[in-house]
Design a protein around this ligand. Structure first.
Ligand SMILES: NC(=O)c1ccc[n+]([C@@H]2O[C@H](COP(=O)([O-])OP(=O)(O)OC[C@H]3O[C@@H](n4cnc5c(N)ncnc54)[C@H](OP(=O)(O)O)[C@@H]3O)[C@@H](O)[C@H]2O)c1
Length: 239
């Protein structure tokens, strides 16, 4: 896909990786970027003031807001499913409501937004759906058990969707970052990639026509392990 001919929509565009996607797409010459957020007023006024930016309210857990966005943004040919939440908790003691919130946002939110936009993307094709997953969609981290499961579900959906829409002019990309230095991992001591770099590598992957993107050095190394031996990655992440 040519980024400088794209009209993109990014969920969770008000902060973290989502804000970096908007900046990267604008820097790459995107024709238009729909920057969406639960609360549009949280989008940086400097970004909102760019003539190529349109602001929309989208909560990925709210069908009405997603449907309204699909109607308003009928020219989109690049959808980036970025919005996400992380509830910490292990497999036995983690708060089951947090497991549910992660599932509703990370998995069902991705399903909901993708379904709403497939007709739009098909009519504007060739088009791309890029889903921001995580390395730990492929093998879990125990203290993030609910989050890992929600992203594993989103990974499976990504694969199912890829096959379903490949003959409809839509390429489905899965991106599998390692730790990223955003609010999501505040207080967690870990190697974290800069969100600007992760956004840059995912957008570069989209431009190159990749369907799987390892967008930082840690995920690139771990991805090689996974591709060679998935059980080895499970052991690595289990510590
Ligand atoms: N940080 C990491 O280490 C890491 C690693 C791998 C993958 N990821 C993935 O990268 C993506 C971006 O995360 P981040 O690191 O940028 O985290 P972040 O800084 O916490 O940002 C999360 C974004 O998602 C939005 N969001 C949450 N629930 C939403 C909902 N129901 N509807 C619409 N937007 C919603 C948030 O909006 P509000 O401001 O309204 O809360 C915010 O814009 C997520 O999918 C995350 O799982 C992150």
């Amino acid at each position: 896909m040519k980024i400088d001919e794209s009209t993109a929509l990014v969920t969770g565009a008000n902060r973290g990786l989502g804000a970096c996607f908007v900046a990267e797409l604008l820097a790459g010459g995107a024709t238009k970027v729909y920057a969406t957020a639960r609360n549009p007023q949280t989008i940086d006024p400097a970004v909102a003031g760019d003539p190529r930016v349109r602001i929309l309210a989208v909560d990925v857990t709210d069908q009405a807001s997603v449907d309204a966005a699909a109607s308003a943004a009928s020219d989109v040919n690049l959808l980036i499913n970025n919005a996400g939440v992380l509830g910490f908790g292990g497999p036995l003691e983690g708060d089951i409501d947090l497991f549910g919130r992660d599932m509703h946002t990370n998995y069902l939110g991705t399903v909901r937004v993708s379904r709403a936009f497939v007709p739009v993307l098909e009519s504007n094709g060739p088009a791309v759906i890029a889903n921001v997953l995580t390395l730990i969609a492929l093998a879990p981290v125990g203290p993030m058990a609910g989050y890992s499961a929600s992203k594993a579900a989103a990974h499976s959906f990504t694969q199912a969707l890829r096959a379903e829409v490949r003959n409809r002019g839509i390429t489905v990309v899965g991106a599998y970052p390692g730790g990223i230095d955003t609010d999501m991992l505040t207080g967690v001591a870990a190697d974290k990639a800069a969100p600007e770099e992760v956004a840059r590598r995912i957008v570069a992957g989209i431009a190159a026509g990749d369907t799987v993107v390892w967008p930082d050095d840690a995920s690139e190394g771990a991805g090689k392990v996974y591709l060679g031996d998935p059980i080895q990655l499970e052991r690595m992440l289990a510590g």
